[in-house]
Design a protein around this ligand. Sequence first.
Ligand code: ADP
Length: 463
Amino acid sequence: MGRYRFAQFGDECLRLMRADEPYVVEDSETDPRVAEVRESYRQTLIRSVICVPLHKSGRFVAAMAVHCVAPRRWTGAEARIVQRVADRCWESIERARIARELRQQYRTFDTALSHTPDSTYIFDRDGRFRYMNQALLTLLRLSFAEAVGKNFHELGYPPELATRLHAHIQQVIASRGQVRDVTPFTGPDGTTRHYEYIFVPVFAEDGSVEAVAGSTRDITERMRGEAELREANAKLSRTNRELEQYAYITSHDLQEPLRMVGNYMELIERRAGKELSEPMRRYIGRAREATVRMQSLIRDLLAFARVGEHGPFAEVDLGAVVAQAVENLQAAIAQAGATVTVGPLPKVWGGEMILVLLFQNLIGNAIKFRSPERTPAVRIDAARGDDGWIIAVRDNGIGIPAAHQQRIFEVFQRLHSQSEYEGTGIGLAICRKIAEQHRGRILVESIEGGGSTFSIVIGDAPA
Ligand code: ADP
């Protein structure tokens, strides 16, 4: 008994083992190959021996020996038996090792999956659970042993749901692709919650679908949040619509009395004519100017309220849109001696009429707020952004002080008096609203005295 090295039984033994050949000794007392190590043979009572090597992947990994305390003439059949026994032993050892590894892998994977809040599971091709993680076992109030090997029907799922889930498993196997769906489910505690699940194929080495894996997530809270958001959005658009309608109706109803005031002023002027004193004539003139101004305020407010009433969106050529806006501003451009340069513009998804209004307002402002020191020059260019086109309208006008750059987009916000620059303070509010209708926004960059750049982002068409 004890531990011995191969070398203690002679170099020849080790050489043959490495060469994958059996080592046979009939009598160690007379065999010249063991002369130098005979003492080891005596100690271990090996008088005769047959020793066979095991080679795996070209490497000598183990050997098995059978020995006798007496000299023996080994037959070929005996040598073959020893070889076979050695092979079988090796296979058993290997199988045990692989089984141990598999168990460890399973433990690792089960530990990982049992600590996720989502349910994860595996079905065989017949739709029977092969694995279920702790989240699902807890939800179903089952032990692993109770659940494994059963299908949805056997686990007491409502028949309609069990049939649908089973059909999805079969669909994954047939299509070799995933299936996703959402279902309500009432647990053993009687509460109904909503679950999103995804089933995916597990492929075998030969490419066939060997099993179906799945995971299920409780989306009750998410759905509630989404529903609340939808409701809030609906309420917001309702309020917005109401406000727009209100603005529209009031401005519309204001027009008529205003027209009357204007008409009567004109009548007084015409009828009283020469009888009017100079101051009276001036007062009437002021009053008529005021009605004209109020008319333009109402006209702009109406336009603002109506931005939401654009027709259905379509593909719009921005080149044509800007050309139209420039055409509408022809008189003002000529009067200011301005140049308007337009770079290549893309096609976008939007409303043609309101886009013309947008560019008309921006180009109109660029010319209106020109610097007395320079010939007004306006440039319009397009660049690609992450989620849409960015169209920049650049001028060399008076610029906007940084402190006021945000408030100019609000209704009625102006930075100048009527006598300096005419206007209603509604134009940029309209522009912002139009940009928002196009899933976009409007920004300004400007240096006081050094020109302004208004950039509109026009979002890409929804997929
Ligand atoms: P309005 O042009 O009728 O005054 P807007 O809403 O179009 O109203 O513009 C608000 C204000 O923003 C303007 O009164 C002006 O002070 C400023 N602004 C707009 N565009 C420009 C521009 N291109 N250059 C300088 N200032 C501008």
